[in-house]
Write a protein that binds this ligand. Sequence first.
Ligand code: PDD
Length: 294
Amino acid sequence: MSTKINLNGQILEDASISVFDHGFLFGDSIYEVICTHNGQPCFVKEHLHRLRQSAFAISLSIPLSDEQFWQEIQRTVRESANPESYIRIVVTRGVGEIDIDPGSCTRPNVLIYVTPLKAYPQEDYEKGIHIALVSIKRNFKEALNPGIKTGNYLNNVLAKLEANQLGAKDALMLNSMGYLTECTTSNIFFIREGRIMTPSLECGILDGITRQVILRLARENGFLLEEGQWPPEEIQLAEEAFITGTLKQIMPVTLLDGRLIKDGKPGPVTIKLMSLYHDLLEKEYGQAVKGSVS
Ligand code: PDD
């Protein structure tokens, strides 16, 4: 078991980036987080697609094809020899002058960081977690669009600090219109009168890969589903809630702002979706090693 860092194709135990890299100086970078299941990186095609969308949105050209990325990811995961891996891809603007203009940066740095995957406590999945509505607002969609997965997460860091102060495990943010958006590193879902509800992309959220999978599973399994723009009162009246993300998958939420959601236990819809998601991972990544990303 080990941590390996693939920096521009060179696999190292430890790596450094110049202090003149604009990723460091200005948060001028993009990233993705992927995890493995049975040793196999999951939803790589979807993550690389989103990485390219993020790159496009900040006018950054990625020097690797998807196939090259796939080869490098596999090589780094193999060398790290972890039972399960956390994989973080970072593409920075690269080294340049200390000037906000990225014009002086000629070569992006591509980093693939692989480390043993740390599981969330089993208790959190069994009992659910506490999240808090915080005063920090999700970034304005017309400013740094939350749909772009950049290395500039300071807004979410501030939200997380506020959640910590409130004794909650994550922060739920509203947008500037007062509508629900998402948590610091996850999307939010809640259930009202048997209907699965989640903020729409128009609210200014990351289009989560796990969110996309949950929406598909919910549709395929006949659940009533609604994406929309809702004030916080909607989730305060929810029967169930959960958050989703690559690492946590589906995490039940049983406490909101210190108040129990219904009876304070993970509800039947959440439990059913957790089991469907697990079955899908087993089906897709159970045994056979996939040969290509596409
Ligand atoms: N975070 N919303 C935000 C703001 C996120 O940072 C993430 C992912 C998600 C969920 O997206 P996905 O299902 O594609 O992981 C939603 C990753 C896990 C992270 O930054 O660690």
